[in-house]
Design a protein around this ligand. Sequence first.
Ligand code: PLP
Length: 390
Amino acid sequence: MNKIRYFDHAATTAVKEEVLKEMLPYFNIEYGNASSIYDIGRKSKRAIDEARSKVAHAINCNPKEIYFTGCGSESDNLAIKGIAYVNKEKGNHIITSKIEHPAVLNTCRTLQNEGFNITYLNVDENGLINLQELENSITKDTILISIMFANNEIGTIEPIKEIGEIAKKHKVLFHTDSVQAIGNVRIDVNRMNIDLLSMSAHKFYGPKGVGALYIRNGVNCCKLQDGGHQEKNLRAGTENVAGIVGLGKAIEIAYQNFDEYNNKLINLRDYYISKVEEKIPYIKLNGHKTKRLPGNSNISFRYVDGESLLLNLDSKGICASTGSACSTGSVDPSHVLLAIGLEDELARGSLRVTFGDENTKEDVDYLIRSLIEIVQNLRNMSPEYLEITK
Ligand code: PLP
């Protein structure tokens, strides 16, 4: 059995030891319900409040502006639908982009079916939205702009501060899905004029199944789920205390070690990209060269099918991801890669490698050696490749 080399940190990350250690007592020792008034209940409530403060500190807001949820998708749903329903008398227009995660895109599609009018902004060949196109799209009916902080497939970081300025100038609310950005980019919701921001613990070495939503004080957002009065009546359901504690600890560590972690990832990423560019012909780096997440690489290999590449890498113990989503037996090229203008073949031959804490240069060398071999083997079976190299 090959040693596992994990290069899929944009999909999820392993819970850090320190995070797990903080979480454990809340499963079976401090297991009180945070709504109960006796001691172990109060302890749970205190632990949740501490985590809330840690999240608030990381993005420079007041702890009262943080609401815990069940995941990043839930935070996106709550932000977008919650704002849409509250403001529907004011206007029915929402602006988003074509490269959002399905948690945003499908939420917008649902609202579209309910009568909301949605503008899906184009992106350029690097995945950046056009600020002028954004401003021109705003109408008197626009109630919300929802643009992701950083893209999960190609890693491109959007001009968030500038979007925030445009939103503020036109008195439109601004939500950003920052699920991929937390821990990888410094975020200040006040400096960036962000009104709502989504995050998910499992992307920054916290547990799965817990997320958070920042809602600026004074912004009215409605609940989507009926039940108890938890999270200031915005999110019914007994709090996932251990998960919330884990999220708090993970975000605290992420910003304590920010520079060291980011430099490490940038070095691994740039080393990997330069080696692939040097050793493998007929490739294309997707996403912006510099405005990209420190740990993200996304490369298309011409004359290679992404799924075959993944399966071959898997047989060598390497975990990575492709831009194709396998649905009902057919492999559709990613909407993100198509939106940046990639032709179908390049979109199907893409490989996302996302670096993280436990990766070493030796792991990356192993990945590069494996890729050189696998890509050549796959190309040797491609009639198009054999034709152009004969
Ligand atoms: N938004 C982005 C940009 C993501 O990358 C993801 C997960 O991959 C999500 C939202 C959904 O987060 P979760 O898995 O916590 O629901």
